[in-house]
Design a protein around this ligand. Structure first.
Ligand code: HEC
Length: 170
């Protein structure tokens, strides 16, 4: 009789643990439908996207001081923390120089937009903005899908926004 009690208690305990595990398993991270916490990179990208919108509006309104203020925020955007950078570099592997070149192109053209703004050069600012956007797109075309597949074990890249090429933002 006593033995049976212990078994029952154990069964209840195991059941509770099972429920807990199931609850944790079904918890989702605020950012998307997968159970994987988003990379810091994703937040950085979302910030860049916001700044690109502000920049585009500022250019169309010829608000040059604002364009000048935004340009360095895009050019010198935040970097992911060290550990994440290591994970990214390990994944990107031998394509790292290409990956870095796209980032360098973003920095270069964001600065060029700022420079054009400084001399109130509408056409230059617009041209450099488009080239800047193309730099964002080049990297996404090559890396966004594999990143989402690798770091989130997910093929939901179609649901993720980017600038330009896929037409999600503009
Ligand atoms: C060097 C490569 C690279 C460059 C340059 C780059 N991106 Fe990204 N971007 C990525 C990668 C990789 C992802 C996928 C990150 C993820 O899903 O965690 C991404 C994702 C995004 C997303 C989707 C975020 C989400 O919620 O899923 C946006 C928006 C974005 N980038 C905007 C930009 C903008 C704007 C620029 C240019 C100013 C830019 N990116 C330049 C690599 C790049």
């Amino acid at each position: 009789m006593k033995y049976k009690h212990v078994r029952t208690a154990k069964r209840i305990a195991m059941g509770a643990i099972g429920t807990l595990i199931a609850m944790i398993g079904s918890m989702t991270w605020a950012d998307d439908g997968t159970d994987t916490p988003p990379l810091a990179l994703r937040k950085i990208m979302q910030g860049m996207d916001k700044n690109m919108h502000i920049m585009a509006d500022a250019i169309s309104q010829k608000d040059w001081p604002l364009v000048e203020r935004i340009a360095p925020l895009i050019a010198d955007h935040r970097q992911p923390p060290f550990i994440e950078k290591m994970r990214i570099m390990a994944f990107v592997g031998t394509s790292i120089s290409k990956y870095k070149a796209y980032d360098g192109s973003v920095a270069e053209h964001a600065q060029a937009v700022g420079k054009a703004a400084k001399s109130n050069d509408v056409q230059g600012a617009e041209l450099m903005y488009r080239t800047l956007q193309a730099s964002c797109d080049s990297c996404h075309n090559e890396f966004q899908k594999p990143f989402v597949a690798h770091f989130y074990n997910s093929s939901d890249v179609q649901a993720r926004p980017t600038v330009g090429a896929k037409g999600a933002v503009r």
